[in-house]
Design a protein around this ligand. Structure first.
Ligand code: GLN
Length: 544
């Protein structure tokens, strides 16, 4: 029977609950448990596809085509899993299905209420996620902060699960809250105390508390938290600020979290084998060669979260390439205003994007990289803008564009996918999820992906070096217009990855350039600290 660890948050948002969930999972996975994770978002959205990237960061895409919260990316990276749509539940979809059932008459004769109808739906979906992931332990992140009205129904469902799961301890509550320092050197526990009180008033007694602080809290502060917050004195832990989030599992483990979880949940842990992470963390510290890489995007005003997986994939690649990479998020609109000195960079990554704002800046960066033989990797929109740049400046098609940017362009070198033409609704309607990509023999892409094509875990069911197939995740509506492919090829652009069944171009390269590649998919979603994605690794290596 699956055991459940609910992770809740207090005081404020953005404490890094997702990283804590992923770290708890990692600790237990290393000890031989089959672990997975799930995120519950209290919003009335049905998925993350329609959320604002400035507020919520990147939209992560599961292999089965769900647009989900970026925390799923942390789960995938820390647990080395491929998440499924069941692992991110947005409350909009819960209420939607309750209301749909009401309309069908499934609750005929009853008053439909948050308790039990919505709570039953929540519990059913949590248990279903445990079944789908076949987990010994499912770590469930309750989004939002305790006290938010919209989260209350989720807290109530979690509270009920503790009792419904029977005698043996199978449901555990871990609460993470801010323990700040303001003017003195002292860590203040009062906000944590208040958030635990809020939790208690919802009928939930936390088993473990994690203090989120700027630096390690003292034993005295841990004892005080235990005393005031109703937990055992060995059950208070601290997660403090670090530059490298991959250190967090070790930080928590060093404080005894593994043994504490095992005791409370009666888990039979196995002795830990050799953990590759450990060696990679030392490699992380020991790097000497410095390189500067620019990620050129339009969501550059506030946080880097919009490009979270891109930055993580670059970090993974940099560790393996032995480079200490300074990763700058460059605003493409600043490039348009000539505010950026491109010469300082050893490589450019043009990430995914939508709409026209900032695209000319990205195109001018691609032109600069192409003309000056500086490595450039284009992801999704980045590939499309690379094709536009090449069409304008090499094919001489002045004003060439994507119909997403200029529907009336004379040269629509990027155009909407045929099946997308009739779609009006915006939610969950892009070409989404993982699809086969056929890599063309004799190209750079083939050399890079040769090993991956033989790795079954990366393409379930396929272990065949002759398959020429990699399995990659997409989120787009537009593609390279097939009418221009021959012209582009004649002018030196190689299409090295294609859809195996249709004329859709998936990978481009300029073989004579030091590194000029683009892909229509999002390779960053598959990158792991232990296993950098081949395109990212090759790009980072090319900056040396
Ligand atoms: N806007 C482009 C499209 O929809 C690219 C999408 C992306 O970069 N993810 O095709």
């Amino acid at each position: 029977m699956t055991k459940f660890i609910f992770v809740t948050g207090g005081v404020l948002s953005s404490l890094g609950k997702g990283t804590i969930v992923a770290s708890i999972g990692r600790i237990l996975k290393n000890a031989g448990m089959k672990v997975s994770a799930m995120k519950i978002d209290p919003y009335l959205n049905c998925d993350a596809g329609t959320l604002n990237p400035y507020e919520h960061g990147e939209v992560f895409v599961t292999r089965d085509g769900f647009e989900c919260d970026l925390d799923l990316g942390n789960y995938e990276r820390f647990l080395d899993i491929f998440a499924t749509k069941e692992q991110n539940m947005m409350m909009g979809s819960v209420y939607k299905s309750v209301v749909e059932k009401e309309r069908k008459g499934e609750f005929l004769g009853t008053t439909v209420q948050l308790i039990p109808h919505a709570t039953n739906e929540i519990k059913h979906r949590i248990r279903h996620a445990a079944d789908v992931t076949k987990s010994d332990v499912l770590v469930v992140e309750v989004g939002g902060t305790v006290g938010d009205i919209e989260s209350d129904v989720v807290f109530e469902a979690a509270r009920q699960m503790r009792f419904e799961n029977g005698e043996s301890p199978s449901v555990l509550f871990v609460h993470l809250a801010l323990v700040p320092r303001i003017t003195t050197n002292e860590h203040k526990t009062k906000p944590m105390q208040h958030s635990v009180k809020a939790l208690l008033s919802r009928g939930i007694t936390p088993d473990i508390l994690i203090a989120r602080s700027d630096s390690m809290i003292s034993e005295g502060v841990k004892k005080k938290i235990a005393l005031m917050c109703n937990v055992l004195s060995d059950s208070v832990f601290c997660s403090y600020n670090v530059d490298n989030i991959y250190m967090i599992p070790e930080i928590l483990k060093a404080q005894g979290l593994k043994e504490n979880l095992a005791k409370k949940l009666e888990l039979k842990l196995k002795p830990e084998g050799k953990d590759e992470w450990h060696a990679l963390l030392s490699k992380w510290e020991g790097r000497k060669t410095h390189r500067k890489i620019a990620v050129v995007g339009k969501y550059a005003q506030t946080t880097r979260d919009t490009y979270m997986s891109v930055f993580e994939a670059l970090k993974h690649a940099a560790v393996h390439a032995g480079i200490k990479a300074q990763l700058d998020l460059v605003n493409s609109e600043d490039v348009e205003k000539n505010l950026v000195d491109l010469k300082q960079y050893n490589g450019f990554l043009i990430p995914g994007g939508y709409g026209s704002r900032g695209t000319e800046g990205k195109i001018s960066v691609i032109k600069y990289a192409r003309e000056n033989n500086v490595p450039v990797l284009g992801i999704c929109y980045g590939l499309q803008l690379s094709v536009i740049e090449y069409s304008r400046h090499i094919l001489g098609l002045s004003g060439a564009n994507s119909t997403e940017i200029n529907p009336d362009t004379k040269y629509p070198v990027i155009d909407i996918l045929p099946e997308q033409k009739a779609i009006d609704e915006k939610g969950g309607t892009m070409r989404l999820g993982a699809f086969d990509v056929k890599i063309v023999k004799g190209t750079n892409a083939y050399k890079l992906y040769e090993k991956e094509m033989e790795t079954e875990s990366l393409k379930p069911g396929v272990k065949n070096s002759k398959s020429e197939i990699v399995f990659k995740r997409f989120r787009h509506r537009y593609e390279v217009n097939p009418n221009y492919v021959e012209k582009l090829e004649k002018a030196g652009m190689v299409f090295s990855g294609k859809d195996p069944k249709r004329e859709i171009m998936k990978v481009i390269e300029l073989p004579k350039h030091k590194f000029f590649m683009g892909c229509q998919y999002h390779p960053e979603f598959d990158s792991r600290l232990e296993r950098p994605e081949p395109l990212y690794l090759a790009f980072v290596k090319a900056t040396i």
